[in-house]
Design a protein around this ligand. Structure first.
Ligand SMILES: *[C@@H]1O[C@H](CO)[C@@H](O)[C@H](O)[C@H]1NC(C)=O
Ligand SMILES: *[C@@H]1O[C@H](CO)[C@@H](O)[C@H](O)[C@H]1NC(C)=O
Ligand SMILES: *[C@@H]1O[C@H](CO)[C@@H](O)[C@H](O)[C@H]1NC(C)=O
Ligand SMILES: *[C@@H]1O[C@H](CO)[C@@H](O)[C@H](O)[C@H]1NC(C)=O
Ligand SMILES: *[C@@H]1O[C@H](CO)[C@@H](O)[C@H](O)[C@H]1NC(C)=O
Ligand SMILES: *[C@@H]1O[C@H](CO)[C@@H](O)[C@H](O)[C@H]1NC(C)=O
Ligand SMILES: *[C@@H]1O[C@H](CO)[C@@H](O)[C@H](O)[C@H]1NC(C)=O
Ligand SMILES: *[C@@H]1O[C@H](CO)[C@@H](O)[C@H](O)[C@H]1NC(C)=O
Ligand SMILES: *[C@@H]1O[C@H](CO)[C@@H](O)[C@H](O)[C@H]1NC(C)=O
Ligand SMILES: *[C@@H]1O[C@H](CO)[C@@H](O)[C@H](O)[C@H]1NC(C)=O
Length: 403
């Protein structure tokens, strides 16, 4: 009896020590009860980390105006270096994990690309709703394209499941529009019409990135039909010959008449030797060709460089994409300040098919109950711990006998 009590109290101490590993959790990770994360799909296994970045109900500060987009970048602002458009981007919810690029990005291309924080803003009022979203913008000036990009600080991501609920927003002219009136009528932009209400020449990308040859992409090309999406493991062309590499990139048609001007959940899963792409949890493509192997970051961007991939935007045209949330479950390589060091998973949570997107739900609970501690430890073959426990228990028992 006494022995059992000793085991129980030891186990409570062990469990308490285990939960302190969750100390790295922040409000942006709605999963204090979870040790690890499982995702839907064919691959077994779990990921150690989870992040959910929700842009749907951001509160405007006095300095913010979510109904008016920031001014377009001017011809003179060709080096990046503008100011953040909202205090939100200074809050931990965003800035602990992400930064916005603000610099000349590419010059060895037909049309230089300069990224600006001014093209990343919080907007609201879309479709008559007052819920907020993250807006990314690219606009075409005579001498360059002014684009947008957010990057994860985490650069040692190795495998994971990455999702973004996003859309490209049609160029309409009502009050809720996130477009700036720059005097260029959509009627004068070739490629915009009722069935393709977006300026061609831009690329909305959501991808893992290590280098141009270690990268797994979801890309929406605005020159494509609204039903098409590009899934690639880079490189998709041979840098020496300029030829495309067969199998690297796929022009997929999304199922169920899904179009990229509507909100949908876009997802890429990166496992050892396998990439899988999904829309709204429907598997669209699997690829084993050139799956990345190197620790990576995650990037979300909207760009144009006049090259053969994005095509050219007409001078004066704008493209705006909306993002409602980003969710990621992932593993990391090497040492990491956030790392939970247990290496085991007792409480596993699913991030799919949950009541509230972004709030993982318990899928299994292998936490050993105090009652079964001895047997469970035995079953686990954790002999060292068992011996230590026994030794300690006998000592305690003996001491109590003496008292
Ligand atoms: C993630 O990392 C944990 C701990 O190293 C490992 O047990 C698990 O198998 C990894 N998951 C995948 C899908 O590789
Ligand atoms: C949206 O409007 C409703 C009704 O006016 C209000 O209760 C809610 O707080 C608003 N939400 C945001 C994010 O502004
Ligand atoms: C950025 O903000 C500072 C302080 O308000 C202002 O002096 C500066 O002109 C701004 N820079 C740009 C590029 O707007
Ligand atoms: C964000 O923080 C920086 C550094 O503290 C500050 O200079 C800048 O004005 C802030 N911007 C906004 C929009 O809050
Ligand atoms: C703005 O126009 C779009 C496209 O015509 C329409 O779907 C949307 O409901 C309009 N929004 C408002 C607030 O009128
Ligand atoms: C609309 O524009 C797209 C190119 O963006 C073009 O392929 C399509 O034929 C056009 N449709 C009509 C009805 O003009
Ligand atoms: C885009 O336009 C530039 C000239 O402004 C040209 O050099 C380039 O070839 C064009 N790109 C495409 C894909 O046609
Ligand atoms: C772009 O496409 C054109 C026409 O097909 C081709 O001549 C050119 O070599 C391509 N450029 C690159 C960099 O692949
Ligand atoms: C999601 O949950 C519903 C209700 O529990 C279930 O019918 C459905 O099969 C689940 N879908 C997936 C993909 O797990
Ligand atoms: C997991 O199981 C343990 C032991 O039965 C229990 O104490 C704990 O509350 C459970 N945790 C969750 C999140 O279900």
């Amino acid at each position: 009896m006494l022995l059992q009590i000793t085991f129980s109290s030891l186990l409570v101490a062990a469990l308490a020590a285990g939960s302190s590993q969750l100390a790295d959790l922040e409000p942006r990770d709605n999963s204090a009860q979870c040790d690890c994360y499982v995702v839907s799909g064919k691959e077994p296994g779990y990921f150690q980390y989870h992040r959910f970045l929700d842009f749907r109900s951001i509160t405007a500060s006095d300095a913010d105006n979510f109904n008016t987009p920031p001014p377009l970048i001017t011809a003179a602002e060709n080096q990046g270096g503008q100011n953040l458009t909202s205090t939100y981007f200074n809050t931990t919810a965003f800035s602990a994990d992400w930064f916005i690029t603000n610099k000349v990005e590419r010059t060895n291309v037909p049309v230089s690309l300069v990224n600006s924080v001014q093209n990343v803003f919080i907007s609201s009022g879309l479709d008559g709703s007052n819920s907020t979203y993250l807006a990314l913008r690219v606009s075409r000036l005579d001498q360059f394209a002014s684009g947008s990009e957010i990057d994860s600080y985490q650069q040692n991501i190795l495998h994971g499941s990455f999702r973004a609920r996003m859309r490209v927003i049609p160029n309409f002219d009502n009050a809720s529009s996130p477009f700036v009136d720059n005097g260029v009528s959509t009627a004068n932009i070739p490629g915009i019409n009722a069935s393709h209400p977006v300026a061609p020449g831009g690329c909305l990308g959501f991808f893992t990135y290590h280098s141009d040859t270690e990268e797994s992409d979801i890309e929406i090309l605005t020159l494509d039909p609204l039903t098409d999406i590009r899934y690639s493991n880079q490189p998709d062309y041979d840098a020496q010959t300029g030829n495309t590499i067969p199998g690297a990139s796929t022009d997929a048609v999304m199922p169920n008449n899904i179009i990229w001007t509507d909100w949908h959940d876009h997802r890429v899963d990166w496992f050892d030797g396998m990439s899988r792409w999904y829309v709204d949890d429907q598997l669209v493509l699997e690829k084993t060709f050139h799956v990345p192997t190197k620790p990576s970051s995650v990037v979300l961007n909207l760009w144009s460089d006049g090259g053969n991939w994005s095509g050219n935007m007409t001078v004066g045209s704008q493209i705006v994409a909306g993002v409602q949330w980003i969710e990621m479950a992932f593993n990391t390589s090497g040492k990491n300040p956030m790392k939970r060091d247990s290496g085991s998973c007792n409480i596993g949570c699913t991030i799919d098919n949950v009541t509230t997107t972004g709030s993982p739900e318990v899928a299994f609970n292998a936490t050993i109950s105090a009652r079964n501690a001895a047997t469970t430890l035995n079953v686990r073959g954790d002999m060292t711990l068992l011996l230590a426990l026994t030794f300690w228990a006998i000592l305690t028992y003996g001491w109590l006998m003496i008292v």
